[in-house]
Design a protein around this ligand. Structure first.
Ligand code: 5GP
Length: 138
């Protein structure tokens, strides 16, 4: 798999670009989003350089999973919002602007926070599709 290109998050990880750091361990860094959708909007990134979620190794993926609920609790406490979105975009058509894996934690209070258009359709081929994805997992 091709190595990911450098992004602004590499400069943040290196300390070359300032950010408001919230949490850091061996594998991840969390900091405040510079253009928040609501007060308390936090980004969580792996220290591994990878553009998309599926490219992460197990250690970084696990560290992200460990940090997310802990960060969510802190963001809820400080923002005073009981509701929030965790957003993780993969690829420009999926609204990813910075090509380094990141999770948004976005408090949802009153009218502040993430707005979504959710264009659903009815599931048509559940058994076939489920079977294909199970086979791909194996
Ligand atoms: P994406 O659309 O890729 O999921 O979101 C990228 C996020 O990174 C945006 O919410 C944007 O505000 C944030 N961001 C981009 N550059 C910087 C930066 O230099 N510092 C911080 N703190 N956040 C940034």
């Amino acid at each position: 798999m091709a190595a990911s290109s450098s992004t602004i998050f590499d400069s943040i990880l290196a300390g070359d670009i300032p950010c408001e750091r919230i949490f850091e361990d061996e594998h991840v860094l969390a900091f405040l989003d510079i253009q928040p959708l609501s007060r308390g909007h936090v980004l969580l990134i792996p220290k591994q350089r990878a553009a998309k979620l599926h490219e992460l190794d197990e250690a970084h993926a696990a560290a992200l999973g460990r940090a997310l609920p802990r960060l969510a609790r802190a963001v809820m406490q400080v923002s005073g919002c009981e509701d929030y979105n965790v957003l993780q975009n993969n690829g420009a058509p999926a609204h990813q602007a910075v090509m380094h894996v990141h999770f948004h934690i976005i408090p949802k209070c009153a009218h502040k926070g993430l707005e979504l258009i959710w264009n659903t359709e009815n599931l048509k081929d559940g058994p076939e599709l489920g079977s294909a994805i199970r086979a791909a997992l194996a």
